[in-house]
Design a binder for this molecule. Structure first.
Ligand code: SF4
Length: 131
């Protein structure tokens, strides 16, 4: 069985850098796979928690994660439910965005294309990001 990948993981050595927050506050995906090391993270941490402006991926811990609902990842479920309830939802991409982990992504596995359409709205550390 393939281990799925969490697309909103803590910044830790060996994690894949998925993208960085752009000017509009949405995550701009990297087109090339890049694993980060301790040196990169130490440098990025000088400007505050990296998870407030970057997204990282690492193996999904499923039952070992507080976000696990018992059958799926609760994060993307909540994001999509929230968008569904908005009177004026944000514009979502109609085409699949570039992504270096899609073939193993937990959110894509759980929810398919709608997850990718909303993915760039997710900031892992929302408290530090001030939202
Ligand atoms: S939800 Fe889609 S765009 Fe986001 S990390 Fe997963 S596969 Fe990539």
């Amino acid at each position: 069985m393939t281990t799925l990948t969490c697309p909103s993981a803590p910044a830790s050595p060996g994690a894949v850098l998925l993208g960085m927050k752009g000017a509009e506050g949405r995550i701009v995906p990297l087109r090339t796979r890049m694993e980060v090391d301790a040196e990169f993270l130490a440098s990025a941490s000088r400007q505050g928690p990296p998870e407030a402006r970057m997204r990282f991926a690492s193996p999904c811990r499923s039952e070992g994660c507080a976000q696990w609902t018992g059958t799926a990842c609760g994060i993307i479920q909540r994001v999509l439910d929230h968008i569904d309830r908005l009177p004026d939802p944000p514009l979502l991409a109609e085409t699949l965005p570039p992504c270096t982990i899609r073939q193993s992504c937990r959110w894509f596995s759980d929810r398919g294309r709608p997850a990718c359409a909303a993915c760039d709205l997710v900031v892992t550390d929302q408290v530090a990001a001030g939202s």
